[in-house]
Unconditional design. Sequence first.
Length: 213
Amino acid sequence: MLQIHQSDLPDWRSDLPDLAFAYDCALSTVISVFERAGSVCLLQIDKDLHRRAAVSASMFQNIALVETAIRNAQYIGASALIRQELEGLEVLRGMLAGKQIDRKNPRINALRNLGLGKIYGRLTGIAHLTFHEGLSHLTGGFPYSYDTRYNRQSCELLVNCHVLGMAGLATVVAFDSRSLDQKHLTDVEEHHSALALSVLGENGFLKLATASA
């Protein structure tokens, strides 16, 4: 019987401390925003907000799954989850713009504008199990390993994407849950989100000038 051995995997947080900090900042922001969203007045809710709320809740449910997959070096599964997370952001943006049709695939123009088109394509190929070079790299090459193994480059890419996804999710949910006299994010949330995105800018993953595009 095959067994998955993960107890000897390195701790990605120790290997990538700056990204671990960014992850914690983004997670803190999204949790805070969702806690505030629970107090939305029913009079403010319409059909479009219902649609966005369902997407946002679905994305929030997967955050712990992504963290577990990355911690266990299950990068193929994490790629599928993070690809869905990035698509979820595009769905939310499309809904806000009145362009996202129910049951239609999202546009990924914003990802391309951020220079993440190739990364999205890589995640898609791995998620669909059609990107042989990527799959071969993650499974150790022939003879392919059934056990997961830590891969710093893949881990770094996935955590970068996940931090961006959480920051984007927090922004949309904050927009929907704000009162008329409130900013989208509180000062603390805005500070934590800025810290998270600054790490992504400093490590070259994202240009801060386009981080809010």
